[in-house]
Design a protein around this ligand. Structure first.
Ligand code: SAM
Length: 207
């Protein structure tokens, strides 16, 4: 389930390139009518790239959808907070986690919330990731604030990601994005042309 591009959109309002409003009802309906098999997809490859070299700590998955990334992170020992606007997506995600057993499921806190109206705990997370949520101009500054000094922010989307991070406070992680074939919501396949932004928040005492 990653045909997040053209018809699947943002949490509030419309994307500059699209007139549709992508609110909670849109996402609930999207997940209710999706091919359940397509909701069980591989975790995002850019997250794997970034997280594989990190020591597990506290992670926020903002707009977690059906949970592939949250479950992968919990399997590796991360304490995960996973937020989504859709309760249907969270039901899928919880089921996926429970199939992994209590160790994995017990490391994930699922939260139904609208990220555009949500206040992150300041600098609480070692890693904050968000994949294909699209409401980035509203949400990224808040997600950036939720990263602890020395922690990492990863944003993946198909639309251009606004350069909202202060270069004096963030060290970019070079990642190469290339088009990839993924399962679509309806069980067919689609090609994603990703935009990726990853950066480490510079700790104040870093030379
Ligand atoms: C295209 S899906 C991506 C899901 C998951 N991150 C992935 O990569 O498979 C976008 C997700 O963002 C969620 N979402 C959209 N707007 C949101 C908002 N304002 N607050 C919280 N979640 C939101 C949707 O419910 C949906 O699960």
């Amino acid at each position: 389930m990653q045909d997040h591009g053209h018809e699947a959109g943002r949490g509030h309002g419309a994307h500059p390139d699209h007139d549709e409003v992508f609110d909670r009802d849109f996402w609930e309906n999207k997940y209710r009518t999706s091919d359940p098999a397509a909701l069980r997809h591989e975790p995002n490859p850019y997250l794997l790239d970034v997280a594989e070299s990190l020591t597990p700590g506290r992670v926020l998955d903002a707009g977690c959808g059906p949970g592939a990334e949250a479950v992968w992170l919990a399997r590796r020992g991360w304490e995960v907070t996973a937020i989504d606007i859709s309760s249907v997506a969270l039901d899928h995600a919880r089921n996926l986690a429970e199939e992994e057993g209590p160790d994995v499921a017990g490391r994930i806190t699922w939260q139904q919330a609208d990220l555009t109206a949500w206040t992150a705990p300041a600098e609480g997370y070692d890693l904050v990731c968000t994949n294909y949520v699209h409401a980035l101009e509203d949400v990224v500054p808040q997600l950036a604030a939720a990263v602890r000094p020395g922690g990492t922010l990863l944003v993946v989307d198909h639309f251009d990601i606004l350069a909202v991070l202060d270069p004096a406070e963030w060290r970019p992680i070079p990642l190469v994005a290339s088009p990839r074939v993924v399962p679509a919501f309806d069980g067919t396949e689609t090609v994603l042309d990703d935009r990726v932004m990853a950066a480490v928040k510079i700790a104040p005492d870093t030379p």
